[in-house]
Design a protein around this ligand. Structure first.
Ligand code: GSH
Length: 216
């Protein structure tokens, strides 16, 4: 049995964006049954399993993993649809998975945090982070104008990248990048994402139907 650990509660703004969604999404795509358990934020005992006290964490039989990228690779290893077998396509998927988490997510999160702290857009930090994100999105835009999915077919790389870009879309950073926006739309229209999203909302006690109506 696969057991996914998430938090018992998060602030309202984080609901729908907790990184367990990447794993729910991958498991739904792969058709692998799983159970979700949760841990209260700041629980000290949990650090024996996840040294930073973060989620997601995955227990798959006797194997335990943390870090969403590592868990995605593990799930990909169990599902040829999510991690291509051909050597170059597999290398592309792994490269893009790391790119999503290292090259893009680090920047989107810095900007997200500055915006949440209401750091003035004219501040040097804000301008610097915004410029770096624009550079990355411009580069990604060129790739996504030519490719439906990053490694040829839909893979764990797209789960990571689309989830990272979803946050940018949320704060309007994709409006000048239509190929990135379309990519997020087609990825999140997949039934597996919709199920994962609704399950996360339900887990945190939010109503998916109401949230969808509010977003429209
Ligand atoms: N790099 C980690 C980041 C994990 C992370 O930041 N998780 C958040 C929830 S989305 C968390 O557990 N926050 C609580 C904390 O940091 O104490 C991953 O991708 O798994």
């Amino acid at each position: 049995m696969i057991i996914l650990t998430t938090l018992t509660q998060v602030p309202d703004f984080a609901v729908g964006f907790v990184r367990d969604i990447r794993i729910r999404w991958a498991l739904e795509e792969a058709g692998l049954p799983y159970r979700v358990v949760s841990v209260p934020p700041g629980n000290r005992d949990y650090r024996a399993q996840q040294p930073f006290g973060q989620v997601p964490l995955l227990q798959d039989g006797s194997v335990r993993l943390f870090e969403s990228g590592a868990i995605l690779l593990h799930v990909g290893g169990k599902s040829p649809q999510l991690l291509p077998q051909a050597e170059q396509a597999r290398a592309d998927a792994v490269s893009w998975l790391f790119a999503a988490l290292n090259t893009v997510e680090t920047v989107t999160y810095r900007l997200f945090r500055l915006q949440r702290k209401r750091e003035p857009e004219t501040s040097r930090w804000h301008k610097d982070v915004q410029a770096t994100l624009n550079k990355r999105l411009t580069q990604l835009e060129q790739v996504l104008q030519k490719s439906e999915w990053l490694a040829g077919t839909f893979s764990i790389a797209d789960i990571a990248m689309a989830d990272v870009l979803r946050l940018s879309a949320q704060f309007g950073a994709l409006s000048a990048y239509p190929a990135c926006g379309d990519y997020v739309q087609r990825a999140t229209a997949r039934p597996a994402f919709v199920r994962a999203y609704q399950d996360q909302l339900a887990h945190f006690g939010h109503n998916a139907a109401i949230e969808a109506a509010v977003e429209m």
